[in-house]
Design a protein around this ligand. Structure first.
Ligand code: MG
Length: 251
């Protein structure tokens, strides 16, 4: 008798699990660091600018020292932008000034147009995260794909075009066009309306716990945390992957 009760409970558990499995129809992808290789592209661009302006000769710093400072300053600025504490214009005008200040290089040595040249060149780099094209090709046959990014319209569209992946996406939703940044619930609600779908049919894939995963959770949308370095981090994502090819067994 006890065995039968246990068995029925187990069957009920399986049935409920089966019923709760969601059928996704739409996938929202983050762009930078998830599909487009921001680190590789920015490193290439910064190295080109160092060579062009001979910064490795005119200052005491090596290429890698410049790039590491760029990465730290840029990441700090983006964290401020994500929480509404700085603006697009300030990121763009202050980035290289802050790098020079951080390295104690006199601002008289700062090339005037270096910020603009960085912006003109970096988004044209076609560098994608490993397996990004393959997984987009695979997923595009089963789902509607969209981009949901905190990046800015002018550069994000260029990145998608030059990396030859723009044709995979129906909606491209940016923080600039919606006036809200991830993790704000409103940018996700705007995304659902744009894609003409509802939360239960969607999943968000991104590398940033504070914006992509927290935001999806706030909006009641399932999520995949892309964690290529396998960092031990607390998160509320529905799934976690280290490589994009793992999406094939999930979706
Ligand atoms: Mg990202």
């Amino acid at each position: 008798m006890h065995y039968i009760v246990l068995h029925l409970r187990y069957r009920l558990f399986l049935a409920l699990n089966f019923l709760s499995v969601k059928t996704y129809k739409h996938i929202f992808f983050d762009l930078d660091h998830t599909l487009w290789d921001f680190d590789k592209s920015s490193e290439e661009t910064v190295y080109e600018l160092i060579e062009h302006y001979q910064l490795h000769i005119n200052t005491p710093y090596t290429h890698i020292e410049f790039f590491n400072t760029f990465r730290k300053v840029n990441s700090d600025l983006w964290q401020l932008y994500n929480v509404g504490k700085t603006t697009k214009d300030l990121i763009r005008t202050e980035r290289f000034k802050l790098i020079f200040e951080s390295l104690n290089i006199p601002l008289t040595l700062l090339p005037k147009s270096i910020g603009d040249e960085y912006l003109a060149s970096c988004p044209l780099k076609p560098n994608l995260i490993e397996y990004a094209s393959d997984i987009l090709e695979y997923l595009s046959k089963k789902y509607c794909l969209h981009i949901l990014t905190n990046g800015f319209d002018d550069v994000q569209f260029l990145k998608l075009k030059h990396a030859s992946i723009n044709h995979y996406f129906d909606c491209i939703i940016t923080s600039e066009s919606t006036g809200k940044t991830k993790p704000h619930k409103k940018i996700f609600e705007f995304a659902l309306t744009s894609a003409k779908t509802k939360r239960d049919e969607c999943i968000m894939i991104g590398d940033n716990i504070s914006t992509d995963i927290e935001g999806a959770c706030n909006a009641g949308i399932d999520s995949v945390f892309y964690n290529p370095l396998g960092l031990k981090k607390e998160h509320k994502a529905t799934y976690e992957i280290r490589h994009l090819k793992e999406l094939k067994s999930l979706l």
